[in-house]
Design a protein around this ligand. Structure first.
Ligand SMILES: Cc1cc2nc3c(=O)[nH]c(=O)nc-3n(C[C@H](O)[C@H](O)[C@H](O)COP(=O)(O)O)c2cc1C
Length: 192
């Protein structure tokens, strides 16, 4: 099923049809091995900055509010630092999902090819949704990119962009009731 979804996702457009995405799939037995492997590895220096330093408005607030909405649903208070860190660490267990992919691309690729990878990932997420699967893209894995690289055996010229948890949505989990907000059309679209 995953192979078919990935094959279809590769119909995503990419500038010049460069197709920069390099995907490593972890599931079943390799997921068990991966979990044991990653538990022995420390958090690293990130492979890239996830957000620009000093993120500005309105993005700073949308990011902040999403976190607050999520922690409120989970009953984790603002001053519960340990609870928040614990929740963040759930990322590294793929939130319990049985399968995952890691998306790499060649370090020599440029912003347009990173964007192409985003399109690939979005297409894959939509195809998963159609197939009854749920996903969570995870750039947090850049904080463990060497460990992931070592585990999957990716060549050093490849750089990890993100992981993606793939599994079945837990309909009863409060976090899955979160409907993230969006800025109004007028704030990002300009009619000239
Ligand atoms: C490239 C990318 C990386 C992301 N990384 C993470 C992550 O590391 N952990 C996480 O919990 N969510 C991650 N997300 C999920 C976003 O926080 C989420 O998509 C966003 O808040 C909008 O919410 P929605 O997808 O429910 O509409 C990521 C999303 C994208 C597109």
């Amino acid at each position: 099923m995953l192979a078919e979804l990935l094959r279809k996702a590769a119909r995503s457009p990419s500038g010049g049809n460069v197709q920069p995405w390099k995907i490593y799939v972890v599931n079943g037995e390799s997921m068990d091995r991966f979990q044991a492997f990653i538990a022995e590895r420390d958090i690293e220096e990130p492979g890239y900055d996830i957000y620009p330093p000093g993120l500005w408005e309105p993005h700073r607030t949308t990011r902040f509010e999403l976190g607050e909405q999520m922690y409120a649903l989970l009953g984790i208070e603002r001053d519960d630092r340990a609870g928040r860190i614990e929740r963040m660490m759930d990322n590294y267990g793929f939130f319990g999902a049985p399968a995952a992919i890691f998306c790499f691309l060649d370090r020599r690729m440029l912003p347009p090819q990173w964007s192409d990878c985003g399109m690939f990932l979005q297409t894959l997420m939509l195809l998963c949704e159609e197939a009854g699967l749920a996903t969570c893209p995870q750039e947090i894995w850049t904080n463990r990119s060497q460990a992931v690289t070592d585990f999957v055996g990716a060549p050093e010229e490849l750089m990890l962009f993100c992981g993606m948890a793939i599994g079945h949505k837990d309909e009863d989990h409060p976090v899955n009731t979160l409907r993230s907000e969006r800025l109004p059309l007028e704030s990002f679209a300009h009619w000239i």
